[in-house]
Write a new protein. Structure first.
Length: 192
């Protein structure tokens, strides 16, 4: 979408519901307009404009589902105070991303910040209901499915432990490897 923050950028989950809502509204207005054009020109709802309007509501319905998911995920955005603590580590040979809401068939996993470096993917969840082991298993499964090996996954539920691990990752002198970059991009593709 135009002007939308990209996955992994800070405050992505704060902005996404607004843009998705506006886009969904536009998707609903277009078929409604088609229906009314057909109705007022033929004076009956039995015309091809009605068929086009009904088919045009399919993308609108998909947009409504996405909008609802973004509204549910919005509360799991990375807090400003935490972002300020992480900012000094950005650009130090580790890949850092924010506001991941990982979806699965049965459970959704909010990860407010994640980093990849030294063949390790670390993340922080501030949701007390989220089980770190389940998130780790979910990510390991998808790393394996995408043939990304030698990446250790660790999800933390306390800010202090995460920041401590982030500090040790940032001490690396090596640039992110191709494997680490693939793992980081996979994280974004799994997120809402």
């Amino acid at each position: 979408m135009i002007f939308q923050k990209k996955k992994g950028q800070f405050a992505y989950l704060k902005k996404a519901p607004v843009y998705q809502g506006l886009f969904t509204l536009l998707l609903m207005i277009l078929p409604a307009g088609l229906f009314f054009i057909g109705f007022f020109t033929t004076h009956t709802p039995k015309n091809l404009f009605t068929v086009a309007a009904v088919v045009g509501m399919l993308p609108a319905a998909k947009g409504i589902v996405s909008f609802i998911m973004y509204l549910r995920a919005e509360k799991h955005t990375c807090p400003d105070e935490l972002h300020n603590k992480i900012t000094p580590y950005e650009g130090k040979n580790i890949l850092i991303g924010y506001d991941y809401y990982l979806t699965s068939y049965s459970v959704n996993y909010p990860v407010c910040v994640a980093a990849v470096g030294k063949n390790v993917l670390v993340g922080l969840t501030l949701d007390s209901k989220t089980k770190c082991n389940d998130v780790e298993a979910h990510l390991k499964e998808y790393l394996k499915k995408n043939e990304i090996s030698d990446i250790t996954v660790k999800i933390f539920d306390t800010e202090e432990k995460f920041l401590s691990r982030l500090e040790s990752l940032s001490s690396s002198e090596d640039q992110a490897s191709e494997n680490e970059t693939r793992a980081f991009l996979l994280l974004s593709s799994l997120a809402l």
